[in-house]
Design a protein around this ligand. Structure first.
Ligand code: PBG
Length: 326
């Protein structure tokens, strides 16, 4: 049988496969999330996210040196307050955990980029991402608070602020507040396309940020929509977002791939807590091979069109690819 073309010819050896490989995972593509909590000497494992911890500020330096040494260019910081209140007041104070952690990180690893999550849900007593009035999250009243939080992060030395609240107009509000105070070079990574997802479950345990009533469907996107993603992304670009994010990642590869052709801005994808926990749980049971599946999921996200990936697997993935697995 004479076959003119045999695809298997280029799959015969690893060296050949390397030569024709279209997509690569590099440590450069990865962003590692960190959770910081008040107190000292705290390294508290997050039960639903094996391998992840909540750390006090004094222990953050050690961790970020390991991240830097793995070749990863950036961390994404989440903080928990000493005390929650209606307005999430602690999110924007100079002495907050995130603000102090930024300084600590810059001391320990000056070249590592610090991205901060800008949101109120971990800081509010009701667990919503904004100001609650008459049982609803009030969009415009929230903008001012978010701008204050973003500014406090920039003042502490954050390189990029990342609003994840999904209020309308927050990118513009934050951009204006930063520019007014001379932080025109602080970049904004917008969680522009953030779906109301069940995959955030383990994170909400980690950040103690589950809403105390209702859910987030009045501000996060409906998982059934993709055209709406174009509108969200276009708006945020117009308002001054430097990087656009899609979140979660694996269940929304079609959104990533379609957005890739719609916008010129760098595109980030967030492989969220539930995506991580599912792989960890299956691997712990011996049902999946962790290394294979985590690399396959990351390469799929890149193949779909993401330029960078926020992932709890960042350290593990960086170490695997540096040792030439993929
Ligand atoms: C805060 C925020 C959430 C995540 C990132 N920022 C939770 C949420 O919207 O409920 C989720 C991250 C993850 O699941 O890994 N608004």
């Amino acid at each position: 049988m004479e076959l003119p073309y045999r695809p298997r010819r280029l799959r015969r050896r690893e060296a050949l496969r390397r030569l024709v490989r279209e997509t690569h995972i590099r440590p450069d593509d990865l962003i590692y999330p960190l959770f910081v909590v008040p107190g000292t000497k705290i390294k508290d494992p997050i039960a639903a996210m094996p391998g992840m911890h909540r750390r006090s500020v004094d222990l953050v330096g050690e961790e970020v040196k390991a991240v830097r040494d793995a070749g990863i260019p950036a961390v994404l910081l989440f903080g928990l307050p000493e005390k929650k209140d209606e307005l999430g007041s602690e999110a924007g104070v100079r002495t907050g955990v995130v603000q102090r952690a930024i300084k600590q990180i810059k001391k320990a690893a000056p070249d590592l980029l610090v991205i901060t999550d800008v949101c109120l849900c971990g800081y509010t007593s009701h667990g919503h991402c904004g100001v609650v009035r008459q049982g609803e999250v009030d969009n415009d009243a929230t903008l001012e608070l978010l701008a204050r939080v973003a500014l406090s992060h920039a003042e502490a030395g954050a390189d990029i602020v990342a609003p994840s609240d999904m209020m309308d107009g927050r990118v513009l509000a934050i951009r204006e507040a930063l520019d007014e105070q001379g932080f025109e070079m602080t970049a904004i990574m917008s969680y522009a396309v953030k779906y109301a997802s069940g995959f955030y479950g383990p994170f909400r345990e980690a950040a103690e940020s589950a809403p105390q009533f209702g859910d987030r469907r009045s501000y996060q996107m409906d998982p059934a929509n993709v055209r709406e993603a174009f509108r969200e992304a276009a708006l945020d670009v117009e308002e001054g977002a430097d990087i656009i994010m899609v979140k979660p990642a694996l269940p929304y590869l079609d959104v990533i791939s379609q957005l890739r052709t719609e916008i010129d801005q760098p595109l980030a994808a967030y492989q969220v807590s539930g995506e991580y926990s599912m792989i960890k749980a299956a691997a712990a049971n011996g049902w999946l091979d962790e290394k294979t599946v985590l690399l396959e999921s990351l390469v799929s996200i890149k193949r779909a069109g993401a330029d960078m990936i926020i992932t709890y697997f960042a350290k593990e993935a960086a170490s695997i690819v540096s040792h030439n697995y993929l």
